[in-house]
Design a protein around this ligand. Sequence first.
Ligand code: F6P
Length: 349
Amino acid sequence: MHLIVYKGIRVSTSDSTTNILTMDSNIKSVGILTSGGDAPGMNAAIRAATRAGISNGMRVYGIYRGYRGLVSDEIEEFQTNSVSNIIQQGGTILKTARSEDFTTVEGRKKAYENIKKHNIDALVVIGGDGSLTGAGIFANEFNIPVVGLPGTIDNDLNGTDTTIGYDTALNTIMQSMDRLRDTATSHERLFFVEVMGRNCGFLALNSAIASGAEAAIIPEISIEKDQLAELIEQGFRKSKNSSMVLVTESEITGGAIQLAERVKKEYPWYDVRVTILGHLQRGGSPTAQDRILASRMGIAAIQALLENQRNVMIGIRENEIVYVPFKRAIKKEREISDEMLEVLRISSI
Ligand code: F6P
């Protein structure tokens, strides 16, 4: 599907003939919110969705502090210039929060009342799996059209090749790894570097490949085997005078501190250090890839609403925009590719 929304006109370029269709939808106003952990590129998505909404004759509302602001009525009408000069900024101008109230029926009822008060017909929710789960519940309870955008550095949503913020976070980790390598090599040390991702190893595996790390210890593989023991038994340092191991923060991997403690006890000849990159990974100006992805997805969200889609997340597959039902998007079934594991294994010998 190649669809462009431009000044109230849908231009379909799915074949050689270009169709121009005028829009006919009941949705006259849309509210946009960001929820859960912030991710670089969220601002680009807010900007694109705002301008696509306005281009299509809608009123657009910015909802501050995610679902919390929906419950407490922190809602403001946006104009095109409300989102000027933000595409390059990390974080989210709409702020984000985790709302206890929204997990209760009473809280969601208040949220619904505020939506009605502002005559908002539909919502665009930008966030990760928790945010999209909340969006699905709310949409079903109150029959509100909701479209989600995958905004998370973890890249842990199903049905999309990548998420907004993931590429920037990968680059941030890679740059940090380059710096850490300098000191690791100088001191001939073994570094465990912990990265985010919850129970998902995409950040660790792909930043390991990009930074030339020796290994990645990720939850998906830790369930099956003791990756640390395997690495050491294989003599993974060989002739190298430093080693860098990426570790996903997770109870399943044990995290970098626990692994380092184990090495100190079981393999005391290594000079071990730990770095936890933490929230550093969530900040920073989005990469071009994230800005473009977020812009495409923000426009696609409005397009989806105009097509009367609801309860879907906008995804990207093989560079095409796709609609993924919330239920599928939040299923924890994304698999790490064997090919990527092999790339790391072979390139780090
Ligand atoms: O989901 C994004 C994420 O950054 C995870 O990788 C991480 O586990 C979590 O959020 C941290 O959340 P918080 O900012 O609430 O500490």
